[in-house]
Design a protein around this ligand. Structure first.
Ligand code: FES
Length: 142
């Protein structure tokens, strides 16, 4: 069996939504201290919905595929759904990641949540901090 699924390879080789958004409503930047990878997500939000999203990832192939898939999963979605994004959902949508690469998907979840937190804080919108904490902490990242 190949180490990486076709979807992972597709999103790594042809990542969706790469770039920056000028005048983003929320920006989240996270990094993994161990591997040194950095991920930045930009959100455009209108009427409590993610109307556009872009990302820049300086990192491994799994991190690039994870952030690409995460942007696809949240684009056009109401914030109530975006808040529930988990790294497991990203992994499932990618048809799996090798166990030692799961932490790369955690980075994508963290970046999305950091961008949402930024949006809520900039606009003084009350929010549930628990929902914006990553659901999974893997040992290699934290
Ligand atoms: Fe760093 Fe994948 S090895 S995020």
């Amino acid at each position: 069996m190949a180490l990486y699924s076709e979807k992972v390879m597709d999103h790594f080789l042809h990542p969706r939504n790469v770039g920056e958004l000028e005048n983003a409503d929320g920006v989240g930047e996270v990094g993994n201290a161990k591997c040194g990878d950095i991920m930045k997500i930009y959100l455009k939000i209108e009427n409590d919905t993610v109307t556009d999203v872009k990302f820049n990832t300086f990192g491994c192939g799994s991190a690039i595929a994870s952030s690409s898939m995460a942007t696809e999963l949240i684009k056009g979605k109401p914030l109530s759904e975006v808040l529930k994004l988990t790294n497991q959902a990203v992994v499932e949508a990618l048809d799996g990641l090798p166990a030692h690469k799961l932490h790369c998907s955690v980075l994508a979840e963290e970046a999305v949540k950091a961008a949402l937190r930024d949006y809520y804080e900039k606009n003084g919108i009350p929010h549930d901090a628990d929902l914006l904490s990553p659901g999974v902490h893997c040992e290699s990242c934290h």
